[in-house]
Design a protein around this ligand. Structure first.
Ligand SMILES: Cc1cc2nc3c(=O)[nH]c(=O)nc-3n(C[C@H](O)[C@H](O)[C@H](O)COP(=O)(O)OP(=O)(O)OC[C@H]3O[C@@H](n4cnc5c(N)ncnc54)[C@H](O)[C@@H]3O)c2cc1C
Length: 261
């Protein structure tokens, strides 16, 4: 079973700043973590490997420092790691990101399952899994909360929907995005940490993927961030005075005005 996990390194803080010229995140000098939703995808991949055998390859598109996320993935059970890093890939929107990831998955070849998180905590679009699937031309199942069975060339899963759960089957290879109910990710083992230190990360640039330079990075992005801004925080306090029942009436009145009740 060849499993690919798509994993993104994201800022490990909510104190992010936006570059006013490029409307993108200023990533320098802030701590990074593995996108929390992707840790569930990785854990599930490692569990499948432990049960059925095979290999877990972790794929990330990001700057050179994203190698830290890949090393952490090795400490958590990944076998191979591929960093897609090239200036040409920078400032990609979800479409260009998906195009680059899909090309890498095609280059890996003979992949049975591709696991993604449901969304990232920085870009937050949840678009990369489904977009990449379309480019690969394989089945897609979102918000999977349990993998029931993987047999021969099909997978049966349970996925969370608004009213309950749905059991679905898909032919393999398929892309699956996981919900966090699917498992409880493990902590890195001491052996895993030692292994991650000497682990060799494979780096692919666009020279390896041979994609049209106009289909990656900013040049390949069909959307543009026009403006990024933080909502203004306004707070004001008003002291009520007078008889208590009058104060209660005034308070109820004011809450009604603000539609809080
Ligand atoms: C015009 C524009 C400019 C942008 N410029 C920048 C920029 O300069 N720098 C920047 O960092 N971001 C930039 N972004 C954001 C960037 O497009 C997204 O971060 C990226 O495309 C992934 O989308 P997302 O974070 O919403 O992922 P989602 O669609 O929410 O992610 C779903 C899942 O897909 C997988 N996934 C997503 N991204 C990756 C990845 N890179 N590698 C591996 N797996 C992945 C993960 O499994 C993840 O859980 C820009 C966006 C736009 C529209």
């Amino acid at each position: 079973m060849n499993i690919v996990v798509c994993l993104k390194q994201v800022p490990g803080t909510t104190e992010v700043k936006i570059d006013p010229n490029t409307n993108s995140l200023i990533r320098q000098g802030i701590p990074n973590i593995i996108n929390p939703f992707d840790t569930y995808a990785l854990e599930e991949a490692v569990r499948i490997k432990e049960k059925q055998g095979g290999k877990v390859t972790v794929l990330t598109m990001g700057p050179p420092q994203a190698d830290a996320a890949l090393r952490e993935a090795v400490s958590l059970g990944a076998d191979e790691t591929i960093l897609l890093s090239d200036r040409a890939f920078a400032t990609a929107d979800t479409w260009a990101t998906s195009n680059t990831l899909a090309a890498a998955i095609k280059k890996i070849g003979a992949v049975d399952i591709i696991l993604c998180g449901r969304q990232t905590v920085d870009g937050d679009t949840g678009q990369v899994g489904p977009e990449m699937t379309e480019m690969l031309g394989v089945p897609f199942i979102a918000y999977v909360s349990k993998i029931e069975e993987i047999k021969d060339k099909y997978i049966r899963v349970t996925r969370a929907i608004e009213e309950g759960h749905e059991v679905l089957e898909a032919a393999l290879p398929a892309v699956i995005t996981v919900a966090k109910e699917i498992n409880i990710p493990r902590l890195p083992s001491l052996r895993g940490i030692m292994k991650s230190k000497s682990h060799k990360i494979i780096t692919w640039t666009n020279a390896d993927l041979t994609l049209d330079p106009n289909s990656v990075g900013l040049a390949g992005s069909s959307t543009q961030v026009v403006k990024v801004f933080f909502p203004k925080r306004v707070s004001k306090a008003e002291m009520l005075s007078g008889a208590l029942d009058k104060q209660v009436d005034t308070l109820v009145e004011k809450l009604r005005e603000t539609r809080l009740i």
